[in-house]
Design a protein around this ligand. Structure first.
Ligand code: ADP
Ligand code: GLC
Length: 514
């Protein structure tokens, strides 16, 4: 089963959130369960500076496709490369005018989307779809698996090839976050080189604009998202971001597969970023991480203070606007708060103000820093994830492994992975954290109070910690589910030849010269 895994981020080279962690964790697990996986990524500077090019593959086709003009792209080509510690071949899409920009994969230095993002990610979708048509005759995927709106056009082009009578790979599309949809003005449509009929309500047209996310939801053979609960939630208006109607239509093709954790990176017993390693049977070692955290975040270094941690993008999604509203109570109870994050200016400001108001109780680090993320996840007693919505969420899973109890809202992947410390769950030994329902300061406050209450019962606290630390959300389990999905689409994978494979005299044979 040849799987082309297409994404816009890859840990540790380029990361804005959990998408990068998934791109690092899932492909190796797919390999382990027997898939032949190759990655496809834009050649961002962060990637090219560490890549070792193996061979040039081909320029992106610029001759007409079977249905009309190709996308209006600048010269671009694909190379096969290797990346440090990535045990599989990687196609890099080189188009310097589109990708040779440092920093975020999506935003300019002014924090706004690059104005040519439609073309930048059109190129990625086109590269994936043409690889599916034999652009690299040596390796034609059976399945194209794309992630988030950045790859939304891959299923659309693939469908266009299929409509034109071409043999095509199956397409699987994973929604990591429905809130980001890749919306662009309709004037861009002619540049995308899609059949004119695709700009319709049954295609990628979305209230007069065009939506890369909708393209994927419309044309992918299967849609997955990153937890079972989120798969159900996005069928409803409050969580569907305007696409719930289409998702309900496509419900038979939709499923939720829970993300995993890369325990080579997130393991307190081996984590090189901790002052001292520890595990369930050496829990006192966690105290060293707490001390480091308190020192680094300017908190009073008190072993008995209950430390709440946040490692997060500071966006509305994460429900963190509730935190400043409960800060007074948190501090009154003797708690401390360490926030690592960046994002909305209003939230950054609110946390900065809280840190000034409650020195030694609230420490804030605005920015993105991998080492500090490990420090918070290991050193805090509780990791806070009070999200408004959460497709999966990874930090609560990291918290579990580090003996840092997650305090989460019962939504999406958080609902699927954290068991509340209700008495019956404590009794049954299944409790792993604190779960609240209502997205309000009151809801959050009650959960905080439960955390303080459990902290007064240290034996029970340790039992909950230890139980959480034994749980494993491994990528192999997720990979087996994905493999079953691929197999249902391509039960006889491997006998594929496409019109672009070089051996065929098909009329649609492209001209590879640029
Ligand atoms: P999302 O993808 O919605 O941001 P996830 O919980 O899935 O949320 O993943 C977030 C990832 O980004 C985790 O690996 C987390 O450690 C990391 N992260 C978030 N904010 C920061 C930050 N400020 N510094 C370092 N790592 C961060
Ligand atoms: C998105 C979601 C997050 C999920 C991550 C990886 O960024 O917001 O919940 O864990 O993708 O799938």
């Amino acid at each position: 089963m040849k799987v082309l895994y297409v994404c816009a981020e890859l840990y540790p080279f380029l990361k804005t959130g959990g998408l990068a962690d998934v791109s690092a964790g899932l492909p190796p697990a797919l390999k382990e369960v027997g898939c032949e996986v190759r990655l496809l990524l834009p050649a961002y500077p962060a990637i090219t500076k560490v890549a070792r090019t193996l061979q040039s593959v081909a320029p992106l086709p610029q001759s007409p496709s079977p249905w009309g003009p190709p996308p209006a792209l600048p010269p671009a080509d694909l190379v096969l490369a290797t990346l440090p510690d990535v045990d599989m071949a990687v196609y890099l899409l080189r188009a310097p005018t589109l990708y040779a920009r440092p920093g975020s994969p999506y935003l300019g230095p002014d924090g706004r989307d690059w104005s040519d993002n439609a073309l930048r990610f059109c190129a990625l979708g086109w590269a994936a779809a043409t690889l599916g048509q034999g652009l690299d005759p040596e390796w034609v995927p059976d399945v194209i698996h794309g992630h988030d709106w950045h790859v939304g056009l891959a299923p659309a082009y693939t469908r266009a090839f299929a409509d034109a009578g071409c043999d095509t790979p199956a397409t699987v599309f994973t929604i990591h976050n429905l809130a980001y949809q890749g919306l662009f003005p309709s004037t861009v449509f002619p540049q995308l080189g899609l059949p004119a009929s695709f700009f319709s309500i049954a295609g990628l047209e979305y209230f007069g604009q065009l939506s890369f996310m909708k393209a994927a939801l419309q044309y992918a053979d299967r849609i997955t998202t990153v937890s079972p609960s989120y798969a159900r939630e996005i069928l409803t208006t409050p969580h569907g971001f305007g696409l719930d109607g289409l998702l309900r239509e496509r419900a038979p093709a939709l499923s939720g597969i829970l993300n995993g954790v890369d325990y080579q990176v997130w393991n307190p017993a081996t984590d090189p970023l901790l002052p001292r390693n520890y595990d369930g049977d050496t829990l006192p070692g966690k105290a060293a991480a707490k001390h480091t955290l308190q020192t680094r975040f300017g908190l009073e270094p008190r072993a008995d203070a209950l430390v709440f941690g946040v490692v997060s993008r500071l966006t509305e999604q994460k429900g963190l606007h509730l935190l400043p509203q409960v800060m007074a109570e948190l501090v009154q109870h003797g708690g401390q708060l360490a926030v690592l994050g960046q994002g909305d200016a209003v939230l950054e400001q609110a946390f900065a103000e809280a840190a000034m108001r409650y020195p030694q109780h609230v420490g804030v680090c605005i920015g993105y820093d991998e080492t500090s993320a490990h420090t918070v996840l290991a050193g805090a007693d509780v990791i806070l994830v009070p999200s408004a919505f959460e497709p999966c969420g990874l930090t609560q899973l990291y918290g579990l492994r580090y003996g840092t109890l997650p305090l989460v809202r019962r939504v999406g992947g958080l609902a699927d992975t954290v068991v509340d410390c209700a008495l019956e769950n404590l009794d049954a030994g299944t409790a792993t954290g604190f779960v609240f329902e209502e997205l309000s300061a009151q809801g959050l406050l009650r959960a905080l109070q439960r955390a303080f209450a459990l902290a007064r019962r240290p034996q029970e606290w340790v039992a909950v910690q230890k139980h959480g630390m034994t749980l494993r959300f491994d990528w192999q389990t997720a990979a087996r589910h994905y493999l079953a999905l691929y197999r249902s689409l391509r039960p006889h994978a491997s006998s594929f030849t496409g019109p672009y494979s070089g051996s065929s005299s098909d009329a649609h044979q492209p001209d590879f010269s640029v």
